[in-house]
Design a protein around this ligand. Structure first.
Ligand code: HEM
Length: 181
């Protein structure tokens, strides 16, 4: 089986990777789009979580708040996946050989799956027009955990560039260089 390092090295010589490297303004442009989308995605998550916590938009049912912000959440996530994949192809070895990137991907999968599950529950509740009673403690705890996880994803995204300094000897980048910091 190919190691992740071998996969990264194979990605490094694809035509997508070489094209991305050869057009100097392309990577900064993709990075800018990726970073702008952090705002779109995070504000969407923030509004839905704050509604679950009973802090905003209490004059409408939760399912309506979800329908208001789900399109910007999914649109933003889609743009981030595409721009993120392009960023990985622009420097596959440096990206894949970081703990921050790997943790970010794990948390991202958890957050996206939980948002899909939540969205399905909201679709079931779409016919509810009355303003709900305060949501359960479990729902409110889940909203807080969701916010913490998305914030962790944002910090891990930024930490990719400083993986050695953030994680020390836990950073796979260090092992790859023979163990020296
Ligand atoms: C499949 C989806 C994604 C992939 C493949 C991806 C990949 C990447 C890559 C390769 C970088 C560049 C890191 C570097 O070289 O310094 C990056 C940066 C970053 N990403 Fe993502 N990302 C994805 C989704 C997200 C999401 C959903 C968020 C947060 C909501 C996010 C937040 C960030 C942040 C804050 C940065 C740092 C930008 C900077 O300050 O330079 N990413 N991402």
């Amino acid at each position: 089986m190919m190691s992740l390092l071998e996969i990264a090295k194979a990605m490094d010589v694809t035509s997508l990777s070489t094209s991305l490297k050869s057009i100097t303004w392309l990577v900064p442009l993709v990075q800018s789009v990726h970073i702008l989308m952090v705002g779109v995605v995070f504000v969407s998550i923030l509004m839905i979580s704050l509604r679950v916590l009973g802090r905003v938009r209490m004059d409408e049912p939760l399912s309506r708040t979800w329908r208001r912000f789900a399109p910007s959440l999914w649109g933003g996530v889609a743009v981030m996946v595409v721009s993120g994949v392009l960023l990985v192809f622009s420097e596959p070895v440096r990206e894949l050989m970081t703990l921050s990137f790997r943790l970010k991907m794990v948390l991202l999968v958890i957050c996206v799956v939980s948002a899909v599950v939540f969205g399905r529950r909201m679709r079931g509740a779409a016919s509810v027009t009355a303003v709900e009673l305060p949501l359960s403690a479990a729902m409110r705890a889940a909203a807080v955990v969701t916010l913490v996880l998305w914030i962790a994803i944002i910090f891990l995204g930024r930490a990719i560039a400083y993986d050695d300094s953030v994680w020390g000897s836990w950073s796979p980048a260090i092992l790859q260089r023979g163990g020296s910091l």
